[in-house]
Design a protein around this ligand. Structure first.
Ligand SMILES: Cc1cc2nc3c(=O)[nH]c(=O)nc-3n(C[C@H](O)[C@H](O)[C@H](O)COP(=O)(O)OP(=O)(O)OC[C@H]3O[C@@H](n4cnc5c(N)ncnc54)[C@H](O)[C@@H]3O)c2cc1C
Length: 601
């Protein structure tokens, strides 16, 4: 199935949700002119559609293979990576200090969405490198930056993130990989990491591994963790990177999806010679890793959007072509299945929810940009702090809700195909298999929900959720009482009221046994949150579409569809989420009412 990047939709969301023009008026982003943004989206669309997308099926069928420590990707991947480097895409959002283009993160997200829709497994290579760039930009010293950061920004080398060990998954603090000072400013690492994405491959000549490890006598838990940079190749006497470091991929996972993303078991220091360089201070590993993970969580949320978009495009094309049965109750000739109400329901659910999740993801990414733009200037400090709080609050919602939607929507797309969705030929099955990882990695969605109710709601005394809800309420009040836009209001008012009640209940229930009740409500609460914010953002877009229609600017068909899509989401998707107030606030009693032994009986 081909992939066509939804450039007009992306641009519309950038304008109306991320407020790109407001963003580019801030210090540091004035280079993101409207023409440049259009050119970036159009060029990336070509790379995604013409270069990445054709490799998606072969990546799935053939996958990555490991022979003698070397991982090989199917033919075409290395060449496609070279085109990505040639186009300068790796440094799009990186700071200009080390060769990056310094464009807004939200624009880099729009590009990453296209690459991910085209080929999710491949796009992980770029995503991990971006995370490494962010961590080194924020925490590495000048020498490491000059040697490694610059080559990650050009894309010459790629990056990885090494947290997970067999006994340390969600519980990162349990990791055991050791690092010892070598006396010359370098360290020696020893240990094993599992599930390392793009931990070994043949698309770039060097790989920059960022590894969490413990120094001798480090305190237990996350406080005792430091971050190290371990390159696959070290410099020789001439400064050429020819000396193989003592680290290697010793295994490759066979998995449900993303077959072209090598998921490696990595061995560090089998001969006690794995050279590592400290990034940031000793014990500062989690802080540095969080720099990387916060952006990565938004990028993983984006994977949900991207895979849903790709699944929708495939389902839509199929539904326009497949002829089956007469219309319900009408008799007569068989029609294309897109004419059946139930298929339309599926397609509208796919379209509306994908657009809502995209809007949420771009809103969160733009908040990250606002938090960074000129935050050093005293007069901008409050604005930057509020934006950072907004980004913190929305990051777990973006990661978890968008990726849950990625799974549900790619499953729904399979349903549109009928039997052809279940067999591999159409590619619909691959999207569902690929989508399934996103709710698991980068902190499971269960952990995201706990982060939301446990930390993010309480952050700064709750001002961030209060400010968000106040903004939504004001926007809903401003909707005209009549017409299409007025019809949105009752559904969204109810959703906001329910979300607010749930929030008050959760935040007032935070001591002793009440904490288990809070934890029990976390996942349905996150869903209410995602759907309510998604509905609000579609309403915002509907208002903008209405204004543009009135002023005669833009494509009328696209703009009218925006209004209908917002209404469909408000009427059909929002009410079941509003009804989650009950499940959120019911507490944990029933979850534990059946004794563990009886569960197994
Ligand atoms: C394909 C793939 C790629 C990956 N890439 C990377 C990578 O590049 N680098 C890296 O470091 N790691 C990577 N990971 C690891 C990934 O981040 C972990 O799998 C994930 O964090 C979950 O850890 P776990 O698998 O040990 O599950 P567990 O932590 O064992 O969790 C199992 C279940 O228990 C739940 N659970 C656990 N703790 C709690 C709690 N406190 N409260 C409530 N529920 C809880 C979880 O939500 C989950 O449902 C990858 C994994 C996969 C499968």
């Amino acid at each position: 199935m081909p992939y066509t990047a939804p450039v007009a939709e992306q641009r519309f969301v950038l304008d109306t949700v991320a407020d790109l023009s407001g963003l580019t008026a801030l210090p540091g982003f004035d280079n993101a002119t409207p023409d440049l943004v259009d050119a970036v989206l159009a060029e990336a669309a070509k790379l995604a559609g013409d270069v990445f997308a054709p490799l998606n099926a072969v990546g799935d069928k053939v996958g990555a293979t490991l022979v003698n420590d070397t991982v090989t990707l199917p033919a075409g991947f290395a060449e496609a990576y070279a085109k990505y480097v040639e186009g300068g895409w790796a440094g799009l959002g990186a700071g200009p200090g080390h060769g990056g283009q310094g464009l807004p993160f939200v624009l880099a997200c729009a590009v990453q969405e296209q690459l991910t829709s085209a080929n999710m497994a491949f796009s992980l290579c770029m995503m991990l490198s971006q995370g490494a760039i962010e961590a080194l930009q924020a925490h590495a010293g000048p020498e490491l930056q000059a040697t490694y950061l610059t080559r990650l920004i050009t894309g010459e080398w790629t990056g990885t993130m090494n947290l997970t060990e067999p006994q340390a998954g969600s519980d990162v603090g349990a990791l055991r990989t050791r690092a010892t000072a070598h006396g010359d400013g370098t360290y020696r690492l020893a240990g094993s990491k599992i599930y390392i994405t793009w931990g070994e491959h043949d698309c770039a000549p060097n790989i920059v591994h960022l590894v969490l490890a413990r120094l001798p006598d480090a305190p237990p838990g996350t406080k005792g963790i430091s971050l190290f940079l371990c390159p696959k190749f070290l410099p020789d006497a001439e400064g050429n990177f020819t000396v193989r470091n003592d680290l290697r991929a010793v295994g490759l996972e066979h998995k449900l999806g993303i077959h072209a993303s090598p998921t490696c078991t990595m061995a560090f220091g089998e001969h006690d010679q794995c050279v590592g360089y400290l990034v940031g201070p000793e014990g500062g590993g989690m802080r540095a890793m969080f720099t990387m993970m916060n952006h990565a969580r938004i990028n993983v949320g984006l994977q949900g959007v991207a895979i849903a978009e790709r699944a929708y495009q495939g389902a839509l094309a199929f539904a326009r072509d497949r002829v089956q049965s007469a219309k319900f109750g009408a008799g007569g000739a068989a029609v294309r299945i897109i004419e059946h109400a139930d298929v339309r329901r599926m397609l509208m659910t796919l379209k509306a929810t994908t657009e809502a999740a995209r809007a949420l993801t771009y809103l969160t990414a733009a908040a990250v940009d606002r938090a960074h733009a000129g935050h050093d200037a005293p007069e901008r400090r409050d604005f930057a702090r509020a934006a950072a709080g907004r980004a913190d609050l929305l990051t777990p919602v973006t990661k978890a809700w968008a990726t849950d939607m990625g799974v549900e929507l790619s499953s729904l797309a399979v349903q549109v195909f009928g039997g052809m969705g279940f067999v591999e030929e159409t590619g619909a099955a691959q999207h569902l298999r690929d989508a399934r990882i996103a709710p698991i990695y980068e902190g499971t969605n269960g952990i995201q929900a706990l982060d939301l109710v446990g930390r993010k709601l309480a952050q700064d005394g709750g001002v961030h959720w209060q400010a968000l809800f106040a903004e939504i309420r004001q926007d809903l009040r401003d909707l005209p009482p009549k017409g299409d836009l007025g019809l949105l209001r009752p559904y969204l008012d109810d959703a906001l009221a329910a979300l607010e009640s749930a929030t008050v209940w959760l935040t007032g229930n935070r001591e002793g046994a009440g904490l288990t009740d809070t934890a029990a409500g976390a996942t349905p609460y996150l869903r209410m949150f995602g759907v309510t914010v998604g509905g609000w953002l579609l309403a915002k877009q509907a208002v903008a579409a209405h204004e543009r229609l009135a002023s005669g600017t833009g494509d009328p068909a696209f703009l009218r569809a925006k209004i209908v899509t917002a209404r469909f989401f408000a009427e059909q998707i929002v009410p079941p989420a509003t009804a989650l107030l009950g499940p959120v606030t019911r507490g944990a009693d029933l979850l534990f009412a059946i004794p563990e032994a009886a569960l197994a009986a």
